[in-house]
Design a protein around this ligand. Structure first.
Ligand SMILES: [Zn+2]
Ligand SMILES: [Zn+2]
Length: 252
């Protein structure tokens, strides 16, 4: 099954994008596309690029209508991407009770109000460790099916003067490797899949490739994990982006 399991049509705000994303996926020969618009959080008060507050069930309904419209052409399924913070578990549970989701993506975004990890005096390595620790808590929470862009800090570093992009070997220093093993063990235990996310390839911030970086995939290969593909498209022309690179690594 060829599935793009991570896409952001911003469906309730730009309804026409739903059709655009679906047509693009069908053109590329996908069997199925999963919409995973972002959950809004009261703590951030920010709806930018997110499902509007109180409208998660409307979002699910809109996806269902599209799945009926295209049922003879391609599968369309309802998912959601959720920023994990331990303090927000109740809010997350409440949102998840508003609909049924074939995929709940656990993620961490570092540049949004209320959720950012302050740079402060952290070293680059400490900063990355904070991110992975948050993913460990997310996996342990049992709320998620898939973990996405676990080394998202690479993007932050690419845009930061405080933390210029990592040099060789940084992605997996000893401290990070320890944390990553902890994360993968938790994911293995709970049958949480690891997403191969191609958005760095079209954002072009790093020549080293998709999330997770190759060094991290090497560590993950010591565990029995499922792998999913996600383009993380925010525009129709990014749907299915570089799917061949996923196939190359995971389906020899
Ligand atoms: Zn994300
Ligand atoms: Zn996303």
């Amino acid at each position: 099954m060829k599935i793009d399991g991570h896409t952001h049509p911003n469906l309730l705000k730009v309804p026409s994008q739903g059709d655009d994303f679906i047509r693009r996926a069908a053109e590329l020969g996908f069997d199925s596309i999963i919409f995973t618009d972002h959950m809004p959080f009261t703590v951030t008060g920010d709806e930018h690029d997110r499902i509007p507050f109180g409208m998660v069930s409307d979002y699910c309904l809109a996806v269902k209508e599209l799945s009926e419209k295209y049922r003879n052409i391609i599968g369309v399924a309802c998912g959601i991407e959720i920023d994990y913070r331990k303090s927000c578990e109740d809010e997350i549970r409440e949102v998840l009770s508003c609909g049924s989701f074939v995929r709940v993506l656990g993620s961490s975004h570092l540049n949004i109000k209320g959720f950012s990890i302050p740079f402060g005096k952290l070293t680059r390595s400490e900063y990355a460790a904070r991110v992975i620790e948050n993913y460990i808590d997310a996996a342990d929470s049992g709320l998620f099916d898939v973990m996405t862009h676990i080394d998202v800090y690479r993007w932050v570093f690419s845009e930061s003067e405080t933390y210029p992009l990592a040099d060789d070997g940084f992605y997996v220093n000893a401290a990070l490797e320890n944390l990553l093993r902890h994360l993968f063990l938790s994911m293995e235990k709970r049958n949480i899949a690891l997403e191969y996310n191609t958005s760095p390839l079209f954002k072009k911030f790093d020549s080293d490739g998709a999330y997770p970086a190759r060094e991290i995939l090497n560590i993950a290969s010591d565990y029995t994990l499922r792998y999913t593909y996600g383009s993380d498209a925010h525009a129709a022309h990014h749907v299915g982006f570089a799917y061949d690179s996923f196939e190359k690594i995971f389906k020899p």
